[in-house]
Design a protein around this ligand. Structure first.
Ligand code: NAD
Length: 738
């Protein structure tokens, strides 16, 4: 048998070492050929008398990120083809057989009669961790980069290669459900505590530990394959079972609003599987997995949250032929709310940081913010004291612009005032070295306008962060009219270095994400002024799949900022550019009631000290009409809240603000949480078909006004039965592991 992906060596004790090390890839991935080779290897282990036990490890920096999700996307295409040729039932059968192959392979490992140990270091996720769970013994490295977990739910799937069924038999059901529903990456010591791994050891000892286990008295039979096996949490039909499954259902509904078929299926698999013998339980898991794999939610989430995101992270939008910008030192001018966050994430990524503000005290305040964040990490055991000292050692806080002279990139995050920014640009350029990039973090001022203050506009670019910087994964990179390829590439290389996802946006008012967010908040305000109860506005938004309601979101952003934007829009575009009902609402809240949002504990919600927020009862008094909630059309409200955002996203494509459809979808989910199960606003439109979307929008426009009128691009797609991803098919970059 040729060994391409797995290198084997049999030692004198009959231990077969299997080192997974795929050629030409930085990460091991369960691709079709890797699975085939592993299958051949299992046959060999079973057949060869000389092999007494197996230890699997990885030859790469990490174990494996899991299955090649593009392969699973291929199963979706197979289904469509089979369905067209042989009908629904036959197609479903083919998908079932295809999608259970990995599960069957892992079961063969588990029941091979020979002990399999696995030594894990770096990430071991998804299908790779399901392999580990099928082995009889697991050891994980105790270093900072090692993580295990089953993150399938994050891309609209659930662990379908036996992972769901095994975890449910290894942990008490509450813990199993929590782990499976959250899809978190788990640190080695926690995994050991949960008994997901048997031992934790220094990285250079893990293979030896596995061998030592094999040379002892290894057991090659799993507890559930032995007579008298008892589930760790007791039977399903028991008091503890009753205390687990009905609440689990309720938690599922609360957390997902029943928008995620994969999670619902997973609950079913656990509940049914625990009442069945192992092989039957695995078949039930495979049946549900095959069905979920065919769901539009899985297809949309895999495409946006795995394939597209990975392509963007790998520099899909980077201008070709520009050498990688070696960004080692970053200057940040304005160490306030945003600048301090940017300084922290940059230092966290190992870059040298210079934080400049108007005086030493203000600059120090920015550094203090980093101290607080990293100290919190230390307190939680996620970083060491040495990590903290090293990170703080990388940050220099000073009022002296001369300290920026050897920076590769300088980002300004000073007040949102063109005059202040122009002064800062001049002061920075006076000291900046040749070829360095200057970036502005402005959220409302056009980059091309700011670049007029620059003597080197080809090196001027927008790098727009979202708050809180340390949590938000999206960064908009804004191309001004004169931004050159080198500056664009440098911005993208920097975003990659700090491990965030960039989207490239053409210069325009509000760029991309904020435009959609503003449309969403406007709809929330209008629903309220029309007389829809505030609680209903918020709850229906969550049912639609948004992480927070529009009123709650506005409180986070600040109501006075909302009013400021309304005022600025009116000043720049005329009185017709703002909605009078919204203006009145915001003016009353801010100017009459002094309600500014979360920042002064009074917005659409009240924020009592130490207590839970609740909607401000006074909102009802601001409503001139009060509609009967029982008589309201919930579906229509849901549509209004999503359609308004999707229309705005479609406008950005028509205007050329967004030039790559992947970026609209990834940007919308990472930037403002647009209903992730849809795969993003453009995927949502494509999913229902532009024709249906145009009809939906036109219906809303007739009833609620021209803000719902579909643009020419949408109408053209509808007329030609085309889609966004059909017409603007992005160039594919090779994708790796999940
Ligand atoms: P902030 O008021 O918290 O911070 C601004 C900082 O700039 C202050 O520390 C101030 O002392 C400093 N500063 C002002 N003039 C300076 C000068 N001449 N030289 C050096 N330092 C100077 O404001 P912020 O919320 O951090 O916003 C900063 C920028 O980031 C703005 O352009 C804003 O539009 C943008 N932005 C803000 C958010 C947000 O959510 N707050 C999000 C994205 C982008």
């Amino acid at each position: 048998m040729t060994e391409t992906n797995f290198k084997t060596e049999l030692d004198a004790d009959g231990i077969l070492s299997v080192v997974w090390d795929m050629p030409g890839r930085s990460m091991n991935v369960l691709s079709a050929d890797a699975i085939l080779e592993l299958s051949g290897l299992v046959d060999r282990v079973i057949a060869e008398e000389a092999v007494k036990g197996v230890v699997i490890s990885s030859g790469k920096k990490a174990f494996s990120g899991g299955a090649d999700l593009t392969m699973l996307e291929g199963i979706g295409r197979l289904y469509a083809r089979e369905k067209a040729q042989n009908g629904e039932a036959a197609a479903a059968g083919v998908v079932f057989e295809e999608s259970r192959k990995l599960s069957q392979l892992y079961r063969r490992i588990e029941t091979s009669g020979k002990p399999w140990a696995i030594a894990l270091h770096g990430v071991c996720l998804g299908g790779a961790f399901e392999l580990a769970l099928a082995c009889h013994w697991r050891v994980a490295a105790n270093d900072a980069s090692t993580r295990v977990g089953l993150p399938e739910v994050k891309v609209g799937l659930f662990p379908g290669a036996g992972g769901t069924t095994r975890v449910a038999r290894m942990l008490p059901p509450q813990d199993a459900l929590q782990m499976l529903m959250k899809g978190e990456q788990i640190r080695p010591d926690k995994a050991r505590g949960m008994r997901l791994v048997d031992e934790v050891a220094p990285k250079d000892e893990i293979v030896d530990r596995a061998k030592a286990w094999l040379k002892g008295t290894p057991k090659a039979v799993k507890p559930w394959d032995e007579k008298g096996f008892k589930l760790p949490g007791g039977p399903v039909w028991s008091k503890p079972g009753f205390m687990t499954f009905p609440p689990a259902n309720a938690i599922y509904r609360r957390e997902t609003q029943d928008n995620y078929p994969a999670i619902r299926a997973m609950l079913q698999v656990v509940f049914d599987g625990l009442q069945l013998p192992m092989d039957l339980a695995l078949t039930v898991e495979s049946r549900h997995f095959a069905k979920v794999l065919r769901s539009p939610e899985a297809a949309a989430m895999i495409r946006t949250l795995f394939v597209s995101m990975q392509e963007l992270n790998k520099g899909a939008r980077r201008p070709a032929g520009v050498p990688e910008a070696a960004i080692r030192k970053v200057g940040i001018v304005g160490a306030g709310f945003m600048g301090a966050g940017v300084g922290y994430v940059s230092a966290q990524a190992g870059l040298e940081v210079v934080l400049v503000d108007r005086d030493q005290e203000a600059a120090d305040k920015g550094k203090e913010f980093a101290r607080k964040l990293i100290s919190d990490q230390v307190a939680k055991g996620r970083a060491t004291g040495a990590d903290r000292d090293a990170l703080l050692g990388r940050i220099t806080a000073t009022p002296d612009y001369a300290a920026l002279s050897d920076c590769d990139l300088v980002i300004e995050a000073v007040f949102e005032d063109p005059k202040v920014k122009a002064e800062v640009i001049a002061k920075v350029e006076a000291v900046l070295k040749d070829g360095a990039t200057f970036a502005s973090n402005t959220s409302t001022l056009p980059i091309s306008g700011l670049a007029k203050a620059s003597k080197r506009p080809e090196h001027f670019v927008g790098i727009h962060f979202f708050s809180p910087v340390e949590k938000m994964l999206l960064v908009e990179v804004i191309e001004g009219e004169q931004t050159g390829d080198r500056a664009l590439a440098a911005a993208l290389d920097y975003v990659r270095a700090i491990k965030k996802t960039p989207i490239v946006v053409k210069d325009s008012r509000g760029f991309f994400a904020n435009r959609c967010v503003i449309a969403y908040m406007l709809e929330g305000h209008l629903l309220l002024t029309e007389g829809v109860p505030a609680a209903m506005v918020e709850n229906v938004a969550k049912q639609a799949g948004m992480p927070v309601g529009p009123l709650s979101l506005n409180d986070e952003v600040a109501l006075d900022l909302g009013l400021k934007i309304v005022n600025a829009t009116k000043a720049q575009l005329g009185p017709d550019a703002v909605n009078p009902a919204q203006e009145k609402l915001l003016r009353t809240l801010v100017e009459t009631e002094g309600r500014l949002g979360r920042k002064n504990r009074k917005g659409f919600y009240d924020y009592p000290e130490g207590g839970k927020k609740s909607l401000w009862p006074g909102l009802a008094d601001l409503q001139e009409t009060k509609l009967d909630p029982e008589a309201l059309d919930v579906t229509e409200i849901r549509h209004r809240l999503l359609v308004t955002q999707a229309l705005e996203a479609a406008r950005t494509v028509e205007e050329g603000v967004i030039t790559d459809v992947r970026e609209a979808d990834v940007g919308a989910i990472l930037g403002f949480g647009f209903a992730p199960f849809t795969g993003g606003p453009l995927s949502w439109i494509d999913g229902m078909g532009p024709k249906a979307f145009v009809a939906l929008a036109e219906g809303l426009a007739a009833k609620h006004g021209p803000r719902f009128a579909p643009n020419a691009l949408l109408k053209d797609l509808a007329a030609k039965d085309d889609t966004f991803y059909g017409r603007f098919a992005p160039t594919k970059a090779p994708a790796e592991a999940a």
